[in-house]
Design a binder for this molecule. Structure first.
Ligand code: XMP
Length: 515
């Protein structure tokens, strides 16, 4: 299988670049520039390299630089933004400060048609098109062997190439959707220039993973703590195809799930995948531990600890397993140390497993996949759409969406309101779906009037956010009609709710969840 290395110089869009390459059917990986030498790039069998952008200027000593010997190894290179400037500088050209002509945002790209093979990079791109720029430096004098392929009104070299060494650079970002012909340009680099094969397909991934885990886990007992989220569900479905009843999935239903969620998880996995599926209904024990608790961090702590205790108590029926399976995905691997496999995000342990459960090994079949690829695998394995396209849901569940003290009655009220809001939003169509949307039951009661009678019920807050990474998020401008319908139905259909408000706070300063 051909593979592309995305060499990270500190850019914001590394993951997007790698995803775009994979969307074009070529497997790609991201590595920090400092973590791999040119010799290792060749030894690992990478067929092409893409230099990412980055916030630096190549002339600063502290800026990330790379060994120029890479350029003479016959491996095609595409530099993007800082990567373009770095490539120019490594190959013997100059980089200048753009000064007042720095460009940010949409810019008009004009192709230069120098003739010859180098034009392959911009094949199919019209003479004038829109690209997305964000830079303060740009390429000055081209390095020997390079020709100029395009410019903008303030950037004399917006694309350059040396076809004999297959080295190319673009000052703009082809990976973002604002660049009209970005996908063509990446495709030209991968297929016309680097002559790669588009052989990265989810079907092949599924088949080879099943084979691999069948071989590696033969005769071993494997435990997976299934939360019902996308990653652990897809992990369960995939491993069950490989090892069947040697896989035990334990699903702790803490009573803090959304409407019908526990049953959806059980219906999906019980009897369908040939694994051992254990559902532990632990609502009572979680709610009794949470009784009277109002402080958000205390709620989280109690829930995390109770997960462990629940597992311990159930350990007899679970039985001893040698291998722990986890739904770690590629962004987790990158974020926890650029490929350092020993660091695992705590939330993948679903609140942590007891230390008395010793595992000799960890299986993470999804650790090379992006989220959209995980969803594609889930669909191909036959998981229901509601599970595969689930929005993120916090481990502590509705406990952090019932403000103040948690009771079963309040949870039921919230579950109904939340289900109505999600249903109305989903009716508006998937293209309108925000990244995350839910209801919060505030601790505030207010006066209302229903059928000529005074009411005094809870205020529910609706929240919808749009974000790429959940580190920052914008409140979503939902259509008024959706909000109106949700508000009408919630106040009519859910007892004890007299008022509905919409949260118009972004993150920061607020967080996505209310607690
Ligand atoms: P915040 O509220 O921190 O949420 O802006 C960002 C994203 O993380 C989710 N979230 C959690 N996920 N355990 C989780 O597994 C948690 O304790 C937790 N708290 C927040 C939240 O739903 C959002 O997607």
């Amino acid at each position: 299988m051909d593979k592309v290395l995305v060499l990270d110089f500190g850019g914001q869009y590394d993951q997007l670049i790698a995803r775009r390459v994979r969307e074009l059917g070529v497997y790609s990986e991201i590595k920090a520039y400092s973590s791999i030498s040119p010799e290792e790039i060749a030894a690992c069998g990478y067929n092409a390299v893409i230099f990412t952008g980055g916030p630096n200027s190549v002339y600063l000593e502290t800026s990330p630089h790379y060994d120029p010997s890479l350029l003479g190894m016959g491996i095609p290179v595409l530099g993007i933004c800082y990567g373009d400037q770095l490539l120019c500088w490594m190959a013997g050209g100059t980089v200048e400060s753009a000064g007042v002509s720095s460009e940010y945002g949409k810019t008009e790209l004009v192709t230069d048609h120098p003739g010859g093979e180098a034009e392959a990079l911009l094949a199919g791109v019209p003479d004038i098109s829109t690209v997305w720029m964000s830079h303060t430096d740009h390429v000055g004098a081209l390095p020997p062997g390079f020709v100029n392929l395009a410019h903008t009104s303030s950037c004399p070299s917006a694309a350059m190439g040396d076809p004999s060494r297959k080295l190319y650079g673009v000052q703009f970002h082809p990976e973002v959707t604002h660049t009209e012909y970005g996908k063509n340009i990446l495709s030209n680099f991968l297929f016309r220039i680097a002559e790669l094969k588009a052989d990265w397909r989810m079907d092949d991934f599924i088949e080879s993973s099943i084979e691999k885990y069948r071989r590696e886990l033969k005769g071993k007992k494997v435990l997976l703590a299934l939360s019902g989220g996308v990653d652990s569900s897809v992990c369960a479905a995939l491993l069950s195809k490989a090892i069947g009843s040697d896989l035990t999935c334990v699903f702790v239903d803490h009573g803090l799930l959304r409407k019908d969620e526990g049953d959806l998880v059980e219906d999906t996995f019980k009897d369908r995948f040939g694994m051992n599926f254990i559902r532990i209904n632990a609502e009572d024990r979680f709610l009794s531990k949470l009784k009277g608790v109002t402080e958000p961090e205390k709620k989280r702590k109690i829930i995390g600890e109770e997960f462990i205790r629940t597992f311990e108590d159930a350990s007899d029926s679970i039985g001893q397993a040698e291998v722990l399976a986890q739904g770690t995905i590629y962004p987790d691997v990158i974020e926890s140390g650029k490929g350092d496999s020993s660091v695992i995000k705590s939330h993948h342990n679903v609140g942590g497993l007891p230390s008395v459960m010793a595992f000799s090994d960890i299986a993470e079949p999804l650790r090379d996949l992006f989220k959209d690829e995980v969803r594609a695998v889930g669909e191909k394995l036959g998981l229901p759409k509601e599970l595969v396209w689930r929005q993120p849901f916090p481990g502590p569940g509705l406990a952090v969406r019932v403000i103040g003290e948690i009771t079963k009655e309040k949870l039921d009220t919230l579950r109904e309101a939340d289900a109505i809001f999600r249903e109305e939003l989903e009716k508006a169509g998937p293209e309108k779906s925000p990244s995350q949307y839910f209801a919060v039951l505030t601790d505030l009661r207010s006066v209302g009037v229903k059928g000529d009678a005074r009411t005094y019920g809870y205020t529910v807050a609706l929240r919808a956010v749009t974000t790429d990474d959940f580190m920052t998020a914008e409140w979503t401008r939902l259509p008024y009609e959706v909000l109106e319908k949700a508000s009408l139905r919630i106040t009519n259909e859910v007892n004890d709710i007299t008022r509905v408000v919409y949260d118009i706070t972004s993150k920061p300063p607020a967080t996505v969840e209310w607690e």
